[in-house]
Design a protein around this ligand. Structure first.
Ligand code: GDP
Ligand code: MN
Length: 380
């Protein structure tokens, strides 16, 4: 779950990362009033869950409350990378001499969290990381110890931070580690962390991603979820306890079990097809669940065929087949289905489906080939 900048900043403040003073506004008028209260130049920042807002025109500096109102109105009318701007953060503007990048994420190769720093912070960090990776410095973090002072000091040296700022920098590294570990984040990033003209460090932007699997023990974040920013079908799926991830291919997948769903996607790609989604319907596959899954898969206009891959363990395949048929009666899918059933009572299940002219397949490989064939326009 991604957090907005203003939400990340609330957490940063709680753990002692210095941030500018600022408030959230839903309307241009509110933005104006905040500017009046802050009393100086402000920066108006669109709150959308995508990167590169600055480059997209979603961050503006305003000299006075009147200008704030004008710019806020413009930003609130924007769409950035397809997402509507519904809120702006109005922060006191900060003058700075340098932009630094500082972040923590998990490194899957090193199998531990790492802290990343660069003296080339700011809106071009992605390009810099690609073109000149030697400007990016990383240190592994032992989660039992957290970031050690010597490691933070090493980073300070690597990014040529002036010596008077080391102490502050080390504090910020420690705080950012606390933010990361206590919120079960998988990413916590400050870009830019600036050196102000008054020679202080300050986090002007914040980005966090919380591990969805940890949300059960992070109840405070439930109210942070912003459904305006999420894929409508993913929200729908979550409501019914299905794990659905929308992808950009054309073969809809309905599978029971996350591992089997991953395998199904792999096999589809192996035979040169592209899955339209990941969907784990979980244990069992009642008509009700299958109907919901159909609806969600079919809400994607790119889907040309649905591959159903079910392993019947405790759930019997004939029950699943009846579930599929009942759901088809209700939803009347507009695309062909290819079904592979295996496990308890598989033959009974397959017989029921064949009677209704549904394409079945004895193996996953065969099912994937048939689905890919249909997606590519072959007549099966
Ligand atoms: P992003 O583009 O979504 O990463 O948004 P940021 O919050 O990082 O803002 C983009 C850029 O706007 C920063 O890198 C800064 O250069 C600039 N910026 C943001 N806040 C301020 C501010 O208070 N004062 C000034 N002068 N520039 C700012
Ligand atoms: Mn940024």
């Amino acid at each position: 779950m991604k957090l907005h900048e203003y939400q990340s900043k609330i957490i940063f403040r709680k753990y002692g990362v210095p941030i500018p003073q600022g408030y959230l506004a839903m309307t241009a008028n509110e933005a104006k009033r905040i500017a009046e209260e802050l009393g100086d130049m402000v920066v108006i920042k669109s709150q959308v869950l995508v990167g590169g807002r600055g480059k997209a025109g979603g961050i503006r500096l305003a000299k006075n409350p009147k200008e704030t109102e004008e710019f806020a109105a413009e930003i609130l009318a924007m769409e950035i990378k397809g997402l509507p701007v519904r809120k702006v953060l109005v922060d006191e503007a900060v003058n700075f001499v340098k932009e630094i990048y500082l972040g923590i994420t998990h490194d899957r190769q090193m199998r531990c969290p790492i802290m990343i720093a660069s003296s080339a912070g700011g809106v071009d960090i992605e390009e810099i990381a690609l073109a000149t990776p030697e400007k990016i410095f990383k240190v592994p973090i032992n989660p039992l110890y957290g970031i050690r002072d010597f490691q933070a000091r090493n980073l300070a040296v690597c990014i040529d931070l002036p010596r008077d700022l080391w102490k502050e920098f080390i504090e910020i590294c420690r705080s950012l580690w606390m933010v990361f570990s206590e919120t079960d984040a998988i990413m916590a990033e400050i870009n830019p962390l600036v050196i102000t003209t008054k020679q202080k460090l300050m986090a002007l932007d914040g980005k966090m991603v919380i591990d969805d699997n940890a949300l059960f023990r992070q109840p405070d974040f439930l109210e942070y979820r912003d459904v305006d920013m999420e894929d409508a079908s993913e929200i729908e799926a979550r409501k019914y306890g299905l794990s659905y991830v929308h992808l950009d291919g054309d073969i809809g997948c309905m599978v029971n079990g996350a591992g089997l769903a991953m395998t199904t996607m792999d096999v589809i790609q192996f035979v040169e097809g592209k899955p339209a989604n990941f969907l784990d319907v979980g244990g069992g596959a009642s008509a009700e669940k299958v109907a919901i899954a159909f609806r969600i898969i079919l809400s994607d206009p790119n889907v040309k065929v649905i591959l159903i891959n079910i392993f019947g363990g405790i759930t019997r395949c004939d029950e699943v087949a009846r579930g599929i048929l009942a759901a088809m009666g209700e939803i009347k899918p507009t695309v062909k289905l290819v079904v592979r059933l295996v496990g308890t009572n598989a033959n009974e299940g397959l017989d029921l489906l064949k009677k209704q002219d549904i394409i079945t397949a004895p193996t996953l490989l065969d099912a994937a080939k048939k689905a890919v064939g249909i997606a590519k326009g072959a007549i099966v």
